[in-house]
Design a binder for this molecule. Sequence first.
Ligand SMILES: Nc1ncnc2c1ncn2[C@@H]1O[C@H](COP(=O)(O)OP(=O)(O)OP(=O)(O)O)[C@@H](O)[C@H]1O
Length: 259
Amino acid sequence: MIQVDDVHVGFDGNEILHGISFAVEPGRVAGYIGPNGAGKTTTMRLLTGTLAPDSGRVVVGGVDVAKDAVGAKRRFGFVPEHGHLYESFSPEEYLRFIGRMHGLGEKPLAERAGAMLSFWGLEANALQPMASFSKGMKQKVLISAALLHDPPVLLLDEPLSGLDAYAVLQVRALLRALARQGTTVFYSSHLLDAVEKVADQVILIRDGAILADGSPAQILEAAGEGSLEGAFSRLTSAADAEAEAEALIASAFGRAESI
Ligand SMILES: Nc1ncnc2c1ncn2[C@@H]1O[C@H](COP(=O)(O)OP(=O)(O)OP(=O)(O)O)[C@@H](O)[C@H]1O
């Protein structure tokens, strides 16, 4: 599970996270959504141990991240938004490298890597250097690498970037299947529809504070809206984007009327 208790984070005397708290139980897919600059990446850095909180507690897979960052790393898989791959490696070499770092035996490692490349339809590319891969192909290898050690917690930052329509369906199905097996899935995105279709818990963050936390149905009810998009706009007090766009065109080009 994931537990974040009253976490404060500041940079250069400027507080960015103002005492955020939430929990995600095993078997749940939680969507962590918020507008640009809300604090999503900062939260992800806390969960993955690349940033320590000024105060409060972050527990991932039963391990206090500040006290045992290495122990926590064994308990989660992480799909970063801008993942780094060794591009001279083939997927097979890369996954073997990652699996060995996790101490996996050669046989289970080969079986898992093979099964994942086959899931994505990448068998024919298994031995090719990844330098020639498309963004989506690289993303599939990054997701596979995060899953290789069968972690109880999976952390994903905008995992659908670069993926085609079928791969998006595959990722959603995979996250749901993992959750059914008890994995805790934490999915950060500013794309509402991506999260809406897969999450059974939605956590809304804005300006470094949690605005809402519940099932999609609870969020809709709290906001009195029929769609998560409407709830998001209402809860984050987002401005009326259409009116703003009209105002921009009027002020920039002097055209007030729509055709
Ligand atoms: N290292 C840093 N030093 C100073 N300010 C920072 C630092 N990292 C983040 N911030 C600030 O913290 C706030 C939250 O940033 P964060 O990257 O967590 O937002 P986000 O929700 O991930 O946004 P986006 O959707 O645009 O990626 C922003 O105001 C950002 O400028």
